[in-house]
Design a protein. Structure first.
Length: 302
């Protein structure tokens, strides 16, 4: 019986050989390759090369673990020489997003360069001696009318955190060059106060100047602390600090083409010194190399 089975097997092999088939023991199909994790696509393993129908195949090789995935691929089947089953796709690993960038200059502390802050403190100690730019009693004592003192002016800004809702007066180190230039070594200080309404609906304060007590024509500081505004006349009430601009070499780092902006509180604390964004955003459109200028005569204002 065994010999007959062997003869049948030999005959079968000869027939298969004539058809180009092999009678050797075949290897089982290789397991499908696991897809890379994170792509969300399940990989499909390629079918193994089938062996002869009656030759039991060797089991398929296990599929590798997906890159970045957490599930290992399943091995190929170990029975008849069919292809190994596809490896299971690795689980997606979600990417961790980068931290959100903050808006430029929003909520960030203003610059405070030590060397610039030291210069600002010295300016705060000296600026009154330079005189107000519109103090005619200091700069123009020989007019054909009564010279007038410097006056308070109402800020046109609507930003209450900077100049808005305040009265101010301007001092300049180089009076003859203010505001048109040249701006080399120029220093400008804006002295500011809170605005107190003292005369609702009152006429222009300029009409009261001739009746006020005369100021001496000397090198001192002459200041009339009133200004016209919406709703009446306002008085310069509480000192609200200093806003300073001074010019260095345009190539100086951390400056606005040489200009340094600084702010000082009423108690003398320097709160900013350098390229202050809130200052630059306004002064970059000024007509005199970052300076706007105010009229040099009180009669040209209010």
């Amino acid at each position: 019986m065994l010999e007959r089975r062997t003869l049948h097997r030999v005959a079968l092999c000869l027939l298969l050989a004539g058809a180009g088939a092999s009678c050797s023991r075949s290897a089982g199909g290789r397991g499908g390759v696991t897809s890379s994790g994170g792509t969300n696509a399940n990989g499909t393993g390629g079918a193994g090369t089938g062996g002869a129908a009656e030759a039991p195949g060797t089991g398929g090789i296990a599929g590798p673990t997906a890159a970045g995935g957490t599930v290992a691929g399943n091995g190929g089947a170990t029975d008849d020489g069919g292809g190994g089953t596809a490896g299971a796709a690795g689980q997606d690993v979600p990417a961790t997003g980068g931290a959100a960038g903050g808006p430029a200059d929003a909520g960030a502390p203003p610059p405070l360069v030590d060397a610039f802050a030291a210069t600002a403190r010295q300016i705060a100690a000296d600026y009154v001696s330079w005189g107000r730019v519109d103090d005619e009693l200091r700069w123009a004592p020989f007019l054909c009318r009564i010279p007038l003192p410097g006056i308070a002016r109402q800020s046109e800004s609507h930003d209450a955190t900077t100049h808005g809702q305040k009265l101010y007066s301007v001092f300049a180190k180089n009076h003859d060059a203010y505001p048109v230039g040249p701006q080399t070594d120029q220093v400008v200080v804006k002295q500011s106060w809170t605005a107190e309404l003292v005369a609702p609906g009152a006429p222009s304060f300029i009409s009261t100047l001739p009746a006020m007590a005369p100021f001496p024509s000397d090198g001192g500081d002459h200041f009339y602390p009133y200004a016209n505004g919406d709703g009446g006349v306002y008085r310069a009430a509480d000192f609200a600090g200093l806003y300073i601009m001074y010019r260095l070499d345009p190539a100086t780092p951390d400056t606005d083409e040489g200009w340094v902006y600084a702010t000082i509180t009423p108690n003398g604390q320097v709160t900013a010194a350098g390229r202050v964004a809130s200052c630059m955003g306004c002064h970059e459109v000024a007509t005199h190399e970052r300076l706007f200028g105010v009229p040099l005569s009180p009669l040209l204002s209010n």
